[in-house]
Structures are given as C-alpha cells and as structure tokens.
Design a protein around this ligand. Structure first.
Ligand code: BES
Ligand code: MN
Ligand code: ZN
Length: 501
C-alpha cells in the first residue's frame, strides 16, 4: 500500500473514494463541508435522510455526488461532537480501515486528519490514520489452499492520499512513515501468531529472526540446547523436555544509537504451543494456545517497525522459545530445577511454563547492562479474568517506567493497565523443597506470576506486559491482533527522543 500526503480539499480530486468525517446530527467536518458546498447542499441533504448512523464508526457510501470528481464519497460518523475523543476516533479509524479494505476503490483520498481529537496534533492523527488503514488491509491466508479460498483478485485500497488543508511538514511525513512501519510490524506479529503450531515452531521463529536480521542488517544469534545448557538455563530447558522440537534462544541486536548508549531490552515469551505439559490443559479452545508465542511475535514485529523507522536507539531482543508438551521426558509436577540465576524452582504446575522460560531470559538480559527491560508474555488466564480483553496487564519494579508505558499505551490506543507488584504477594510463592514454587495459588494469578519474574529482575528497571487478553481475539474473528507492537513502538520512539535514565 502506498501513502502520500497532499494539501487540498476533496471536491476536485479524481479518485475512487473520498473519505470524510461527519458528526452526529449532521455537523460536517471541513472536508465534508467542502463537498457539500460543491454539491450545492446535496451532500448534507443526503445525510439528512438518516442512513448514516450517529454512532462513531458508522459508514455510508454515496456514489456520484454532484460537484465532486470522485466516484464515491465514504462518509464516516465521528459520533457526537462534544463526545469526540480518542475512542470515537479509534472507532472511526477501524471502520475506515475495514471499509477501504473491502471496497472496490483502489485510489482513495482520506480527509480525516484535519478533524483532530482534542489534545492531539495532526502528526498524531496521521500516524494513527496510516496505521489503521494499513492494518485494516491485513489478511491471513497462508494456510488456505490457493485456488479456493485465497483472495486472488485483491480488492481494497492500494494508493492512499491523505488530504489536509495544512502545509505539509517534515514531521507529517515522518508520522506517515511511522504509521506504516508500525502496521508492518503488526502484520509480522499477526502472521507469526496466526501460523499454527505445526508451522510456527521454535526453529521457525529463529529462522524468521535471522531473515529479519539479513533484511535490515541486524546482528542475530540463535542459541541451541547445548549453548543453553552451558549457560545453566535449567528452568527454560525443563519446559522443552517433553517436546520433539528443539528449543531456541534468539538474541537480536538493533544498533541505531551511539555505541555507548545502554540498550532497551525486550523479552518475548515464545511458547509455540502450550498444551500445559503433564499438567495438561482441558481440550476446549486448546487450539488458541498456538498464540502462546505472541510475546515473541511482538518483539519480532517491534524490531521490524524499529528498523523501518530507523530510530536512533539501541535495542536488544531476547526470545526464549520452545513447545510445552507432555511426553516421556517431560518435567513432572514436584520436579525441582535450577535456573540460570542459581535460584531453584519447584515446578508445581507444568502449565505455568511461561515464567520458567522468561526467568532465564531475564537473567541473561543482565549482561547487556540495560537501561530497562520490558518483557511481553501471554502469561496468565487470570489477567483476562481481571482486566478483560481491552488493556494488557502491566506490572513493574519502577514507577516511572510503568507510567511511561501506560502513557505510550494511551497515545497509541494500545492500552495497558497497572496491577500492584507488592512484596506481600511474594509469600504465596513459598516452597518446602526449593527457593520458590512456580505457582502462587488461586488468587491474584497475574500478580504472583509477575512476583515470580521480579525475583530475576533485581539488577535493572523492569516492566512486564501480560498480553493474555490482548494478543488475539477469539470467536468468529479469531486471530492475532498484533498487539502490543503499537505500544512498544511508541515507547521506543519516545526513548529515541531522549532517554530518561
Ligand atoms: N499460556 C497460558 C496463559 C493463558 C491461558 C493465556 C489462557 C491466555 C489464555 C499460561 O502458560 C498458563 O497456562 N498459565 C496458567 C498458570 C497457572 C497454572 C498458574 C493459567 O493461567 O491458568
Ligand atoms: Mn501454560
Ligand atoms: Zn503458556
């Protein structure tokens, strides 16, 4: 998809589709007013018939509007003017993304950036617009047979002009480029998430990282079982014991900053399928455990976006990846293992495996003397119970870092919500046979999981994103969301503009 920005109004533009915003009760945005004027009031009259619903995100296509050169006008509702804010804007963008992807027009002009959300500027609006339109066009058909189910004749917008009254500035161009880069990162994260476990194995993730490294000239190392044994990653390896797929530990280096700049380290959970192991999960919806590598996918997607944006910052990506399978060699409840940190762990439930692979990666992270570490993991079902599927869970050992990530969530629309990481919860991890157990009982499952990780992150500032509720959607629209790539990308953009230390 190709994006350009131009200064102008829509009525003279020869294009397949012109997208304009309309507020509830017929209030027109400036671009819509320009069309209305050119049509001598016909546009407003057509809207007056009431076919466009008031709710933000409703759309109505009007063909051959008099006075306009475009084939059709796509009116999108922005909701009530006095309620217009981030949510209405997001709803409108999602609807536009969907409509443009499904529509027949290839050339489109989008005239929405001039109706900015209160408190946001045009750069923000453009970045979000581009991201939403590019993301709306995402399709996954890699595992459908070619002739029957693939969208061979692709519909949807191919060339998008973003129209604004303003003079085009360099920062507007940057915003467009960033929106596109983030959408591409999301697409990679979605592709990896959507690929089933028989395709997306630990080796596949490693190959993807190596290919990304080749494409963008990043240093990528892949550690094998032997290397992990030498490092003493007994906790990670205990999860891999039941699987026939070899585990991998992926290390990626993005060096956009000065060589002395300490890196941000991103760590992504890469369980390519989580059966629960010997503590086997029930059968219902177990297919969705192919998404248990979405933390890893978000790290790869963020690296793609980062490289496309060429941000001046240093970032290390760490991906511990394995399947969690039952089998003759599998770890059993009650087994005690020694982590790379030297701390011992009694594995009381083999289904609490995410923390077991993350803890060794978090210890490995120390060697980079990171400015901060953020891990991303589909870690606990309890997070979905606590917060639903709207925000990711956020826990951190540093309040400023937590605040920064929460703000990036709001800014990008890819939101997180903080839960407490208080020491009082640590007692729940007590074990009679090891330094700690790997589960904390029925209560506060997201918090006790983070408390477990906190025991391995004392050397640096650290935040944990539990994306169990946000990495994918279930039901008819089942599929990966590409979250939290937008949040992480925004975080790195912020860091590249001046690093809080
Ligand atoms: N990958 C799951 C968490 C999960 C479950 C994410 C459902 C999204 C939907 C994780 O490995 C897991 O199984 N966690 C257990 C922990 C428990 C055994 C303490 C859980 O949440 O039930
Ligand atoms: Mn599990
Ligand atoms: Zn899991």
């Amino acid at each position: 998809m190709e994006f350009t920005i131009k200064t102008g109004t829509p009525e003279k533009l020869k294009t397949g589709s012109a997208v304009v915003g309309v507020f509830a009760d017929g209030q027109l945005s400036d671009a819509a007013a320009a069309l209305d004027k050119a049509s001598k009031g016909k546009f407003a009259a057509l809207l007056g018939r009431g076919d466009l619903e008031d709710k933000a995100g409703s759309v109505l296509a009007i063909h051959d509007l008099p006075g306009s050169a475009c084939e059709r006008v796509l009116a999108v509702s922005l909701g009530k003017r006095d309620e217009f804010g981030d949510k209405a804007w997001r709803d409108a963008l999602a609807a536009v993304g969907k409509a443009l992807a499904a529509g027949a027009a290839n050339d489109v002009a989008v005239c929405l950036a001039d109706t900015p959300v209160p408190g946001r500027d045009i750069d923000w609006a453009l970045q979000q617009l581009v991201r939403a339109i590019a993301d709306g066009a995402y399709r996954f058909d890699a595992t459908k047979s070619k002739d029957k189910n693939k969208d061979s004749k692709r519909r949807g917008a191919g060339k998008v002009v973003l129209l604004t009254r303003e003079k085009i500035t360099a920062s507007m161009e940057v915003a467009v480029q960033r929106g596109q880069a983030i959408a591409e990162g999301m697409a990679l994260a979605k592709d990896l998430g959507n690929l089933p476990g028989n395709f997306c194995t630990p080796s596949y993730l490693a190959d993807t990282a190596v290919a990304l490294g080749k494409q963008y000239k990043l240093k990528v190392e892949v550690l094998d079982r032997d290397d992990m044994e030498k490092l003493g990653m007994g906790s990670l390896l205990s999860v891999a014991r039941g699987s026939h797929q070899p585990p991998k530990f992926i290390v990626m280096h993005y060096k956009g900053g000065k060589s002395k700049d300490k890196p941000v380290v991103l760590v992504g959970k890469g369980i390519t399928f989580d059966t629960g192991g010997i503590s086997l999960k029930p059968g219902a919806e177990m297919d969705e455990m192919k998404f248990d590598m979405c933390g890893a996918a978000s790290v790869l997607g963020t690296f793609k976006a980062l490289a496309r944006m060429a941000l001046p910052i240093n970032v290390v990506g760490l991906i511990p990846t394995t399947e969690n399978m039952p089998g003759g060699g599998a770890t059993k409840p009650g087994d005690v293992v020694t982590s790379m940190s030297g701390q011992t762990i009694e594995i009381l439930n083999t289904d609490a495996e995410g923390r077991l692979i993350l803890c060794d990666a978090l210890t490995y992270a120390e060697r980079f003397k990171p400015v901060c570490v953020v891990d991303i993991a589909t870690l606990t079902g309890a997070c979905v119970i606590a917060l639903g599927k709207i925000p990711s869970g956020l826990l951190a050992n540093d309040d400023a870092l937590a605040r920064e990530l929460l703000d990036c969530g709001t800014l990008s629309g890819d939101r997180a919500w903080q839960l407490p990481l208080w020491d009082e919860y640590q007692e729940l991890l007590k074990s009679n046979f090891a330094d700690m157990g790997n589960i904390g009982g029925r209560f506060g499952g997201t918090i006790t999981a983070a408390c477990f990780l906190a025991r391995f992150t004392k050397a640096y500032k650290w935040a944990h994103l539990d994306i169990a509720g946000t990495a994918w959607v279930s039901g008819d629209a089942k599929g990966a969301t590409g979250r939290p790539v937008p949040l992480l990308a925004e975080f790195l953009i912020g860091r590249s503009q001046g690093t809080p230390s």
